[in-house]
Design a protein around this ligand. Structure first.
Ligand code: COA
Length: 258
């Protein structure tokens, strides 16, 4: 896969997607949003990619937000379209991705950058990371899911404070808030993401996809996540992975999933 604003490396069943506009602190312009959609669409069917790590190029930024220079002249309708299209093609697409997506936050994750990290299934950060939703300082509100996902992850009060103050929190505070799971040095960030990815790769990818769907359904209006859990639990019993996992346990062996 070749892109103008992304780099994608696939090795040992791990695909690492780098947002690659370091001179603009990896800000998400329309072209990058489109490329992210294409990259994830293609990774969905790529048998060589089982776990995805999402990160930014350079030592300064994961993503410093949506590209402000592109939307500063937008009308009401264009603003609404920007949010709707971005949410559908990238942010919801990643949140509902059937393969695990880990965000490795390597610096500024602001606005659309934090929203992108929050659309991943979980996050780790380097100790130089700064996270925030500064949109209200620009006269807009978060438009790529931030008003919904931030309260889900850190609680309503903390989310309200972050959105209203438009301030940034450091990596340790993000960990204390439950926004990121682990904090490490910049050098150790990708190795840690790979270590976690490899741990995931020991398990049944089929079961993991079913679990992602069930967990996500907890947050969808009008959908009963418990019902999804019951259905997906039941379906697991019909899979080769279930036979492999249970037989391996009973025979005191390590499972070898497809
Ligand atoms: N959109 C467009 N360009 C951006 C950007 C964004 N969200 N964030 C950074 N850039 C660009 C800057 O304009 C600058 O470009 P230039 O060199 O052509 O002038 C370049 O990236 C480097 O950024 P700079 O501001 O010089 O770096 P800094 O270290 O002084 O400050 C930040 C870093 C992250 C604090 C600052 O860039 C910033 O506040 N960015 C906007 C964050 C934001 O509000 N995001 C939400 C958007 S909805």
């Amino acid at each position: 896969m070749t892109f103008e604003n992304l780099q994608v490396n696939i090795e040992n069943r791990i695909a690492t997607v780098y947002i690659d506009r370091p001179k603009k602190l990896n800000a998400l312009n329309r072209a990058t949003i489109e490329e992210l959609h294409q990259a994830f669409k293609s990774l969905r069917d790529d048998k060589d990619a089982a776990v995805i790590i999402l990160t930014g190029t350079g030592e300064k930024a994961f993503v410093a937000g949506a590209d402000i220079s592109e939307f500063s002249e937008y009308s009401v309708g264009q603003g609404k379209d920007l949010a709707a299209k971005g949410q559908e093609q990238v942010f919801d697409y990643i949140a509902n991705f059937p393969k695990p997506v880990i965000a490795a936050v390597n610096g500024f994750a602001l606005g659309g950058g934090l929203e992108l990290a929050m659309s991943a299934h979980f996050r780790i950060a380097s100790d130089n990371a700064r996270l925030g939703l500064p949109e209200t300082s620009l006269g807009v509100i978060p438009g790529y899911g931030g008003t919904q996902r931030l309260p889900q992850l850190v609680g309503k009060g903390r989310a309200m404070e972050m959105i209203m103050t438009a301030g940034m929190i450091d990596a340790q505070t993000a960990k204390d808030y439950g926004l990121v799971n682990h904090v490490t040095t910049l050098e150790e960030l990708i190795p840690l993401a790979e270590k976690l990815a490899n741990k995931i790769l020991n398990n049944s990818m089929q079961a993991i996809s079913a679990a992602i769907e069930a967990v996500n359904d907890n947050y969808k209006d009008g959908i009963d996540g418990f019902e999804t859990e019951i259905n997906n639990f039941g379906k697991s019993f019909g899979t080769e992975d279930f036979k492999e996992g249970t037989q391996a346990f009973l025979n005191k062996k390590k499972p070898n999933f497809n």
